[in-house]
Design a protein around this ligand. Sequence first.
Ligand code: HEM
Length: 431
Amino acid sequence: MDRAAASADTDADAGTDTGAGTDTDAVVVLDTYDEVREALRQRDLKQALYDAGGAVMADSLITLHGEAHKRRRRAENRLFRRGTFRWWELNLVPGTIEEGYAAALARGRTDLVHLGRRTIMYLTALVAGIDPPSDDAAADRLEDLARVFSAGATAVHSTRDPGELRAEVEQAMAAFEEEFLAPARRRREDLLARLAAGDAAEEDLPRDVLTAVLRNRDELGMTDAQIRREVAFYLQAGSHSTANLFTHSVHRIFSEWDDPAFAARLTDRRFVQRCVLETLRLNPASPVAWRRAQAPITLRSGRTIPEGALVELDLRAANADPAVFGPDAASFDPDRDLPDGVQPWGHSFGGGTHACIGMELDGGVHSGSADDQEHVYGTVTLMVVALLEAGVRPDPDESPTEDRASSRPNFERYPVVFDPAARTAHEEVPV
Ligand code: HEM
């Protein structure tokens, strides 16, 4: 029996009314592709995954519902246009990767989890509205704070003592305010005041979340604490999932590349992108999404969800639904044929009103057409390509370790070495 059926049975056995009516104890698990897709787009299902992560997540975009979410998303969405992603990819990402990788390449070895976090942190800081760290020590500090925010945001899956974790997050928030946010905010408020006085032009304003929320603060009705959490949320939302996808993607490539036909295709960036997106299908950063039903709901499948029920959207299971991805859905196949309208990453970037705002920044735009000049590879693909070009290999002396502080299946450390003799060459990106 699948988990969805099991949960429906449990509800029935417990005498739960799964039709109309309110039942806050009911738990409904959805694990098919179609039901998860529909649930992600259901307006009467409200975000519920981050209730335990309030110290970072309270009132952040991802937890808002209805009109409040629409207003905030509209203000922040302006930063995430397709043209902007391509511009970033051509102008910001290569330099960021070069800078992020320099020390690791010079040493000839690194830990992929740390490398991924550090490299993406510069980009997410830029998106969030934190000015780039001035030196290595400041970058280390920001990375540490982002790691604490990630642990706090995903508290629901933490194996640590909740009180201890919360205290650590609150301390990190206070340090973040003083060391990073306050100076960034002063600079932006000064620019906004100059803009209002006609002493600065629109182009002088940074295109980041902090500027967007400060500018629309009255309309959005945000307090200082809410602004702080929104910026911290972006910082961790970007870096945590990206670093995990990066590490999992390289791990999948290492697992396949004894096959010479597979290894030969790694010279093609689009193939690497397909490997990354197939990895993302099999390793969603968040294996589940949770929602709370605000009204009784009946899905197209006929399944009923009572008002008040907790609904678990099992993204990992839905992404391996054989009805959509075929009988080998659980295996890694970057050449997989997909039905119309199904994305290669399945539901790993969510969908509907809360769909990931950074999806194209990380995943790129998967057009499928070989001569598409607008093609966006996404930051993770470019980070993996840069590793392959540097001759990355698993470290023969040290095996990867799992992250035991979370029930999410991620690596804690993934040691690799660089072997100049094993470099993979790639074609130039068309500009
Ligand atoms: C591989 C990388 C990433 C993955 C797998 C990922 C995944 C997701 C998922 C599944 C959601 C929806 C959660 C839900 O519906 O409950 C989401 C939302 C979001 N993501 Fe990402 N994300 C990634 C990278 C990023 C990056 C780089 C940024 C920002 C720079 C970002 C910012 C956001 C924001 C702001 C939301 C909330 C959107 C809303 O509620 O309207 N993410 N992400």
